[in-house]
Each structure stands twice: as C-alpha cells, then as structure tokens.
Design a protein. Structure first.
Length: 81
C-alpha cells in the first residue's frame, strides 16, 4: 500500500521519541494511538477508493480523527510537562 498520510509521528514530530517511550508502558496512550491509527487507515482506504464511503461518513470520520488528534496532542503535552 502507498504511504498513509497523517501518521502520528508525522503530525507531531516533536513528540516522536515520547510516543515511542509511552507505547510500552502507558495503556491510555496505546488506546488513543491505536484508535487514531485504525481510523486514519480507514480514511486513507476510503480516500483511495479501496473502500469507498459516502461523503457524509467521510466527513464524520475526519471529524473523529481531528478530535482524537487534539486529545493525543493534549495528552502528550501534559505528559511532557
């Protein structure tokens, strides 16, 4: 499969090391990042017409991805302080 855009390390390069460190020990971060990853892949498959969805469903998935991204950013920022 081609490169999937919006992966977390690309979205938050300043937190790439921190994300790697949190994955083995922080269940909440794992849940957030796994949810983001699953949704991001679904959006990518839809955008590339591998698994097409309606425009309304695509808009909802993008809103959900943005909300997860905001939550992940806030979590990473709080953990780094």
């Amino acid at each position: 499969m081609s490169h999937t855009p919006h992966e977390l390390p690309e979205e938050f390069p300043e937190f790439a090391e921190q994300m790697s460190a949190l994955r083995p020990s922080d269940a909440h971060f794992v849940k957030l990042s796994d949810s983001y990853h699953t949704l991001n892949r679904a959006i990518h498959r839809s955008e590339t017409d591998v698994e097409p969805v309606s425009d309304a469903h695509m808009a909802e998935m993008r809103k959900e991805r943005l909300a997860l991204k905001d939550e992940i950013y806030a979590y990473l920022k709080a953990q780094s302080e």
